[in-house]
Write a protein that binds this ligand. Structure first.
Ligand SMILES: NC(=O)c1ccc[n+]([C@@H]2O[C@H](COP(=O)([O-])OP(=O)(O)OC[C@H]3O[C@@H](n4cnc5c(N)ncnc54)[C@H](O)[C@@H]3O)[C@@H](O)[C@H]2O)c1
Length: 390
């Protein structure tokens, strides 16, 4: 048992340094120059085979100020929208990062794909399932790479969860509890309220951090198809002015959810019990647990739930009537940041013509669950999840 576990938990990682062909430069543009675009540009600057050539934002002057702040020179920014930038053939764009708020994920992504440009789209995929399907149609017609920005996938600790499940040590998986969240943590960075307005975000905690917690477990078990969902959403904290002692006016702007819960049936007879919060009157609604017929796995939750493993995981097994518990220590491989891994894996797929590191063929199931929770919550009953063929 001990030797078998040691072999399973051995993390040799990817120690091979990839050789990047710096002579084959990728001409990259940024659509949406807000908060998360900072991380994209910081990473692109570290890539020897990238030239950042353009940026656009709906707010006049924002893109120019953004690149000035980042010390990136020679970037064209005089565009009123993503369309104007993508129509500028002089740019000869190879790829764009779509860093717009959720309600503006689909339109720029579809337009970029139609223009023959590879896309790295920030998470969540979209707001609605219908939008995601339209994006996938454009992806299929374009033959270009479209990857969704789930950088926690590239965390060796997340990969260990998948390795444990795939080893068979847990047996057949039949029940998963996932999610978590923050006691108080409604995101309003730098006084921006795009995360909390319906017109820009469309969904709140459910999509913002819920998509990560779903990906953690669905990726581990091979993304089975979701079949039915009973969902719930609430906004008790978001709509309460006392939640924002310094900015009580945010309460009137709050148009999304701050808490969501759901009971989801997946293909293969697997039950997914999910809850997520930007705010709640408890420290955590529980760890992630994966129950199998031969073993169980506990994945500690984090305070902020930004898609990371909160501490050493535990595998539970009973052999010959004796209960065993094996600790799975946190892995720190000393490698690049998760964001650098996300950008690098996207660029490699574009250059080598390989599959997107986080493909839409998987994330469409994640999106179908988010969409199903929102629809079921509105109807107040269980619904069947129907995903159109692309
Ligand atoms: N991967 C991560 O770790 C991570 C972290 C934070 C946010 N995000 C995601 O990134 C996205 C953006 O979040 P943010 O906090 O940067 O938002 P933000 O509001 O700070 O920035 C979005 C910017 O996009 C611009 N914009 C919107 N539509 C546009 C269009 N059609 N063309 C050009 N510009 C457009 C807006 O004017 C705004 O400046 C969200 O979907 C969010 O979920 C991901």
């Amino acid at each position: 048992m001990a030797e078998k576990m040691d072999a399973l938990l051995d993390y040799s990682g990817s120690k091979d340094e990839k050789v990047v062909d710096a002579n084959r430069k990728m001409r990259v543009g940024i659509i949406g120059c807000g908060w998360i675009a900072d991380a994209h540009v910081d990473s692109y600057k570290r890539m020897p085979d990238v030239e950042i050539v353009a940026g656009s934002d709906l707010i006049p002057g924002k893109a120019a100020e953004f690149f000035k702040r980042h010390g990136v020179e020679g970037v064209k920014t005089d565009y009123a929208s993503h369309k104007e930038m993508l129509d500028d053939e002089s740019l000869q764009l190879d790829a764009v990062s779509v860093c717009t708020y959720n309600r503006q994920h689909a339109a720029p992504t579809i337009y970029a794909l139609q223009k023959g440009v590879h896309v790295l789209l920030e998470k969540p995929f979209t707001v609605t399932l219908d939008e995601a399907i339209e994006v996938m149609k454009a992806e299929k017609e374009s033959g270009k790479v479209l990857s969704i920005g789930f950088q926690p996938r590239l965390d060796p600790n997340m990969q260990m969860i998948k390795k444990i499940v795939e080893s068979g040590e847990l047996g057949k998986i039949y029940y998963i509890q996932t999610g978590g969240g923050r006691r108080r943590g409604i995101p309003t960075p730098f006084k921006e309220v795009t995360f909390i307005r319906d017109e820009t975000a469309g969904l709140g905690a459910l999509a913002d951090i819920g998509c990560y917690s779903l990906d953690m477990v669905l990726n581990a078990i091979g993304y089975p198809k979701p079949l039915t969902v009973t969902g719930y959403k609430s906004d008790f904290f978001g709509k309460n002015p006392t939640t924002y002692p310094n900015n009580p006016e945010y309460a009137a702007k709050f148009g999304v959810d701050d808490f969501a819960a759901a009971f989801i049936r997946l293909e293969g007879g697997i039950i997914l019990d999910f809850r997520i919060a930007w705010a709640m009157n408890i420290d955590t609604p529980g760890d992630t647990i994966i129950l199998g017929t031969q073993g169980g796995l506990r994945i500690p939750s984090t305070d902020c739930w930004n898609g990371t493993v909160g501490g050493a995981m535990t595998i539970y097994k009973t052999i010959g009537g004796i209960n065993y518990e094996t600790q799975v220590p946190i892995i720190n491989d000393g490698g690049p940041s998760l964001f650098d891994r996300k950008i690098r894996s996207f660029l490699d797929a574009c250059k080598n013509g390989t599959q997107a590191p986080v493909p839409t063929s998987q994330i469409i199931y994640n999106q179908a669950i988010l969409d199903g929770i929102a629809k079921s919550a509105k109807l107040g009953r269980e619904i069947e999840i129907e995903i159109p063929e692309v």
